[in-house]
Design a protein around this ligand. Sequence first.
Ligand code: ADP
Ligand code: MG
Ligand code: MG
Length: 902
Amino acid sequence: MAAHDPVEQKYVYDFAEGNKDLKDLLGGKGANLAEMTNLGLPVPPGFTITTEACKAYLTTGRKPDGLAAQIEAHLESLEREMGRRLGDPDDPLLVSVRSGAKFSMPGMMETVLNVGLNDRSVVGLSNQAGGNDRFAWDSYRRLIQMFGKTVCEVPGEEFEHALDEIKRAKGTHNDLDLDADDLRGLVDVYKQIFAKHTGREFPQEPREQLDLAIRAVFDSWNAERAVLYRRQERIPADLGTAVNVVTMVFGNLGPDSGTGVAFTRDPGSGAQGIYGDYLANAQGEDVVAGIRNTVPLQELEQLDKTSYDQLLGIMARLEEHYKDLCDIEFTIERGKLWMLQTRVGKRTAAAAFVIAGQLVDEGLIDLDEALHRVNGAQLAQLMFPRFQLDHEFEPVAKGIGASPGAASGKVVFTSARAVELAAEGESVILVRRETNPDDLNGMIAAKGILTSRGGKTSHAAVVARGMGKTCVSGADELDVNVPAKKFTVGDHVVSEGDVVSIDGTTGKVYLGEVPVMPSEVVQYFEGELDPENIDDALVRAVHRIMTHADGARRLRVRTNADTGADAARARRFGAEGIGLCRTEHMFLGDRRELVERLILASGEREREDALAALLPLQRADFIEIFREMDGLPVTVRLIDPPLHEFLPPLEQLAVNVAVAQERGEDVAKEEALLAAVRRMHEENPMLGLRGVRLGLVIPGLFAMQVRAIAEAAVAVVRDGGTACPEIMVPLVGAVQELETVRAEAERIIAEVVGDSGVEVLIGTMIEVPRAALTAGQIAEAAEFFSFGTNDLTQMGWGFSRDDVEGAFFWRYLELGIFGISPFESIDTDGVGRLVRIAAEEGRAARPGLKLGVCGEHGGDPDSVHFFHEVGLDYVSCSPFRVPVARLEAGRAAITTTGSDSR
Ligand code: ADP
Ligand code: MG
Ligand code: MG
């Protein structure tokens, strides 16, 4: 192809030609070497072969046209600049050949040092170094070792064994005790190892060494571990790596030489200061390889004050230039400092916030940029309690870290027992094989949830994540026996009341109590810490950045809350209303009996009685919630799930009936229930009699709920409060459904509200694809839409969540059909398109139509950005995710350009 190209593509860039913004082309390492060169920092001269060249090589299996000649030209100019020729026997130029992709992939790809050394130039190198034979042979043996291992796939252990062997013979552990003769001997042994494994002699020709090393770096892009790493880190597979050819500088020339790494701030805590390690008389890898003990960088001040001061100056300069934490690799060659690498350094979640705050204080960045530098995932991490694992604790099992955090407590096996013990003030861990919706109260009461089955998307995992509760799922070493109230793991038997600890990040399960530290960030959100007056850099930084996010965001953030307690917490966390209050949770527990009466009602009279009994209970629930949310909107969803979900399971009922009959007891009620359960059974409950369909089929059901809502609002207002209820009809697919419900609701509201001044909005969920596609019609009857993106995802894709997550999602993720589960982050192309259509057509039909989203996506960072972009008014998420949504909504509002800073 290049042959037809009039202008040959440029594949090689001198360091002086690049800059830090060319990471796509030059890789991170090459772009930053160029940047440092142009800043006038001491970088050994060299050039970068582009990722384009790598991609061409990887697709065709050979170097693209023109590449060889360009490398040749750049090498020649490098030789001229250095006044030495590559591998010259008398005065050799040596180079390193270093990989460097756009995103850093630590330890994944290859680097070869000392290219250009051979049997003759090793003597020249010694002469260059004033007759330092030891240094020359040490460098040569390193070349054979690295070249053998990375270019020719010689097993690295063989070289290491040979080195150990020679040290043992000498009676030392330190390779500095090996002299020139030892190392010359080692080179011979290395060459034999090389020949044995490759069937050829170690290549003596410097150009061949260079060529093979470049190819090896290209090839390392597709090494298995690199492929796995990319998949895990979601780095695209087609970027390719650049190759940097860099003049060698030597840290192994003696005690006045050395090599080190440094951070401009502590990447763990963000604290200011000098963090790094230094190793005298060593080359490259030795620092990280742990071969010899490094010293803290501060000690360099004693060893070589001039270089130390210069280094600190450069570090300050780099921070000022990159306006961020940098990490650095450097080498000192006989008192001369050389910079070998820098990049914006990785950091922990806490450090990300602290550093962003500090940089604002230092005037290096503004608050918009600080907000841009942190993210919701980091904030979420900071909100979980942690174990203090400084003591000796051995895990007994390892499951899936399904919902992060750390929790200790007494083991219980049923939801009821969890509620009982929690009421007595105990911390409990609910242990189940797997959980189901009936465990909800127990899950709320428990400190943590541990299951032996199910993955990251099981009921336990999903619900726990929503609640911000620690959960380990799928710990399959556990044999859980609920009736016997115990589980076994290995040789241990754990009974109800025994204490266990679970780590929802690592999935580890411990026996006994591991001490837990609460998150200071949550204490801050709870209002327990005064951010202006606290000596905690993290809390201060979080406060500052959150405040800025709140000022910047356009999206409002509401919460999903079904109880007054949830509502109160969410409000402390900054929720500006409730976007989803599920009424079905008000039908559980001791109210279940009333629901049974409703379902079993044989006539109008019995049904009305059951509804009349439910009415005051519902009203009381709403009063509590409206009070907590005083002045803020509360969207109440009319009952949504199929009614049979409130009845006991078929098998259990059948057994109860049989047992009772055996005993000669009166089973009339159980039999009636059993018959009802049989009658109401559905093959696909998700697509069955639920939502608005229930309201249209069961007379008085929705009416009772609407009345309870309106009466509660009036009661609150009479008490001097402000209630802003919004009634939401679920599962609407056609405007006629909504119109029918609306007509009845308006009549009741008018009757109840009278002249109290209460205003009640009526709107609908958009969660059936047909509703999204007919949103223009539906908007005629709706004052607001709330996107139920969970159902919209299920129905948009045509799968039921409970069935698919365990069955095939793993495979879809593996095949890349999903980049991420569409339940976790909204599928913008498909489901998101439905949202977009509905938003546009709904607003066209009714300007000012209020648009929101409820469902898990409301707390997912990427989804929040999407909802911002589509122009929704608010997102609603679980209380614990409210700060995350606030932060991301702020980020969405200020994000103008993409940045690869991380
Ligand atoms: P990685 O990407 O794994 O960090 P590098 O390409 O940075 O690999 O190289 C590994 C080590 O070799 C680093 O410690 C680096 O400082 C050192 N090194 C690389 N090139 C040279 C050079 N031209 N002179 C001296 N040391 C070098
Ligand atoms: Mg490096
Ligand atoms: Mg729904």
